[in-house]
Design a protein around this ligand. Sequence first.
Ligand code: ATP
Ligand code: PRP
Ligand code: MG
Length: 283
Amino acid sequence: MLRIAVQAKGRLFEETMALLEESDIKLSATKRTLLVQSTNFPVEVLFLRDDDIPQSVATGVADLGIVGENEFVEKGEDAEIIKRLGFSKCRLSLAMPKDIEYPGVEWFAGKKIATSYPVILNKYMKEKGVSAEIHVITGSVEVAPGIGLADAIFDIVSSGSTLVSNRLREVEVVMKSEALLIANKDLSDDKKEILNELLFRMDAVKTAEDKKYVLMNAPKETLDAIVAVLPGMKSPTVMPLAQEGWCSVHTVLDEKCFWEIIGKLKALGAEGILVLPIEKMII
Ligand SMILES: Nc1ncnc2c1ncn2[C@@H]1O[C@H](COP(=O)(O)OP(=O)(O)OP(=O)(O)O)[C@@H](O)[C@H]1O
Ligand SMILES: O=P(O)(O)OC[C@H]1O[C@H](OP(=O)(O)OP(=O)(O)O)[C@H](O)[C@@H]1O
Ligand SMILES: [Mg+2]
């Protein structure tokens, strides 16, 4: 049995649960229970505050954890990063009142900076050779300058709208962050085997995420040109249609180059293009 520590509620919760569900890990209950067993896979899920996840994994209370990189780095606990999960993407930035001119990082010298990430901020300031007063608060960091609690802040930024609504301006990006899968460094062989199966499933979900299954009707005279436009596949599936001179082409397309390729396919006479999501992809 492998125990995974995940955030009980907050910014990581929904995508963490979606990843487990898409990996076909069914849970008997998820509400108001701290420890929930899977009904179809040898894992149990421990619901914690994200602050406590790095330590629970480092000490072996949990075998795995899903936590923001910012929190993992801040806590400095000894656990292994197994996989970058690509969700809850954000950055840790320094921000200051938007109406004041910003000459460079030396502006922060002697200033009071409110943050929930003192370790990361302290390290950055040392590297820059700037000495500032770090004021630790656990939430609502962005309001600190407006109420005279600090001159500036160091906090999570994603869309930037919280900064804007507090009349702040992002001036230095200190680190980028995303959700991480972390593991205890001393997993038994049995646990490693379960982890490998879990990774196999997660990879199949992740690989499928930015791919689409595309079907189209293609005129036979442009078929070679259509096949040449389709990238990265060994060969698309080509099947004859009942209508003379036409065939059906099935392939997998990367979402990134999707619109560009669809445009070329249409120009080559492809019709009836169907685009379907892919649930899992094993390559
Ligand atoms: N606006 C955002 N956009 C994207 N990711 C975010 C955003 N805010 C936070 N995150 C990421 O999600 C993690 C959890 O954020 P959340 O705000 O839920 O934490 P919290 O309030 O400390 O929760 P907890 O109650 O578990 O301690 C952060 O550490 C960060 O990695
Ligand atoms: O750049 P933005 O898109 O505005 O996101 C940044 C905000 O998101 C997070 O807070 P959250 O909304 O999770 O609330 P919290 O302070 O209660 O954690 C974070 O602490 C920032 O305040
Ligand atoms: Mg927290």
